[in-house]
Write a protein that binds this ligand. Structure first.
Ligand SMILES: [Zn+2]
Length: 438
């Protein structure tokens, strides 16, 4: 800073206490000095610039400044892009000058760490929040990022501000791919969800890296067994989160038999949905004891029905194989196990019912027991059996139903059972009995 500017700053600090706080807290943004040393440019209004005390913003990607003394007293800073701020303070600077100076600061903190898993794990443990940032007690060889062995092309880019790692991004250069999937940038609160580090990503693209949505098929990670016998495996960023076992490593594959999306840092055996063929963590068994595999919740909801089936057990089967009876569903292959029968005659023909809601007639046909056309005979040759109403007749003397073939007699145009005694006395008695039965 020029001596006259330093004197001006001292005066301004004495007039505005907030400025002393800002000056102690932050260095003035390096771009202000740089635009002077590289291009000999001075700000339009040096007093205003000093009062604004521009400095690197907390997200490191931009510039923060105090818009007015009243903002300063309230400790409120405004954040903007470096290019926009420089244009405001140096209105006479050419746009390419502004752009070049801004670019210097945009990526000034970006670099690659040394190629070792120690450095990678350090960046994860000391960088932005992520599900792979574990407690301090985890040892290097037990941290899942240990699988990103440099010999397979893995390396780590970081965005530093001073000693702090504000951004990190795992990269892969395996000879045929030079890619990254996801970068992490420290949230301003220090905790919570980390967004992408746009500066770091821009810097990587400038280095010839491609931003892809998942690690390439066939990329390798190291096979490291944990003390509990499980294999170390980080949460793989991106779309593909499965791996397959090779002799001496794991290979990233979308159809891998092992899962790599656990935040516990280990692999687990993948389950594939028997319907949509996608990896799933949900298991809804199809058939008795899951004899036909399992489906994901999504497919179970749409294409499968939860039924009572073999041995009265509950499981999923295809919608078209399920039978509904009074609001419950059953496996059509195991209706006997659940006492479900098909009605074969009468008004409910071809409808399924619970066994205890049906009756069997003398021909072996199944009826719904509430059907008006089936009669339980209390007398005659088929006493105690169900007979279709059309095969019965009613005694005009007693009102009893008899099977068609039971002997009858017709007197005065009325039909009586053969044994019925047509005397006044008996006829009166019978009429009483009939009335009681009715
Ligand atoms: Zn599915």
């Amino acid at each position: 800073m020029k001596p006259e500017h330093a004197q001006l700053l001292t005066r301004l600090i004495s007039e505005h206490p907030y400025l002393s706080r800002e000056v102690n807290r932050y260095s003035i943004h390096g771009a202000i000095e740089k635009i002077y040393t590289l291009h000999g440019l001075e700000p339009d209004n040096i007093e205003k610039l000093l009062l604004e005390w521009p400095h690197v913003s907390k997200d490191e990607a931009r510039i923060a400044f105090t818009q007015s003394p009243s903002h300063g007293e309230a400790d409120r800073q405004t954040v903007t892009t470096l290019g926009r701020y420089l244009t405001k303070c140096f209105p006479n600077a050419k746009s390419n000058v502004i752009r070049d100076v801004a670019a210097l600061y945009q990526v000034s903190g970006c670099s690659f760490t040394e190629r070792s898993v120690t450095a990678y794990v350090y960046a994860v443990q000391n960088g932005p929040a992520s599900c792979m940032k574990w407690g301090d007690s985890v040892s290097l060889d037990q941290h899942p990022y240990s699988v990103y062995d440099p010999k397979y092309g893995w390396h780590m880019a970081i965005n530093r501000m001073g000693d702090e790692i504000w951004g990190r991004c795992l990269c892969l250069d395996d000879g045929s791919h030079k890619v990254f999937v996801r970068s992490y940038h420290q949230p301003s609160s220090g905790q919570g969800y980390s967004n992408s580090d746009t500066v770091l990503e821009a810097w990587l693209c400038d280095q010839g890296y491609e931003h892809v949505d998942s690690w390439p098929e066939g990329a390798k990670v190291a096979l490291i067994s944990r003390h509990d016998g499980n294999y170390l495996m980080p949460y793989l960023d991106g779309r593909v989160q499965c791996v397959s076992r090779a002799d001496d490593c794991f290979v990233i594959e979308s159809r891998g038999e092992w899962g790599a999306s656990s935040t516990n840092g280990v692999t687990y055996e993948n389950e594939y949905c028997n319907c949509c063929d996608e990896v799933t963590t949900e298991t809804n068994g199809i058939g008795y004891n899951g004899s036909h595999g399992s489906v994901c919740d999504h497919c179970a909801d749409r294409h499968y029905t939860y039924v009572l089936g073999c041995h009265g057990q509950a499981y999923y089967i295809r919608n078209e194989d399920a039978i509904e009876v009074s609001g419950e569903y059953y496996d059509s292959d195991y209706l006997d196990d659940n006492k479900i029968v098909l009605v074969t005659r009468g008004a409910d023909k071809d409808t399924y019912f619970h066994l205890d809601e049906t009756v069997l007639d003398i021909h072996g046909e199944v009826w719904c027991k509430t059907d008006a056309d089936i009669v339980l005979l209390q007398h005659g040759s088929h006493e105690g059996s169900f007979v279709p109403r059309e095969e019965t007749w009613q005694c005009d003397g007693t009102g009893f139903h008899y099977f068609d073939e039971d002997e009858s007699k017709v007197i005065d145009g009325k039909k009586y059972h053969f044994d019925f005694e047509l005397s006044d006395e008996v006829s009166t008695q019978s009429a009483e009995v009939f009335n009681e039965i009715k």
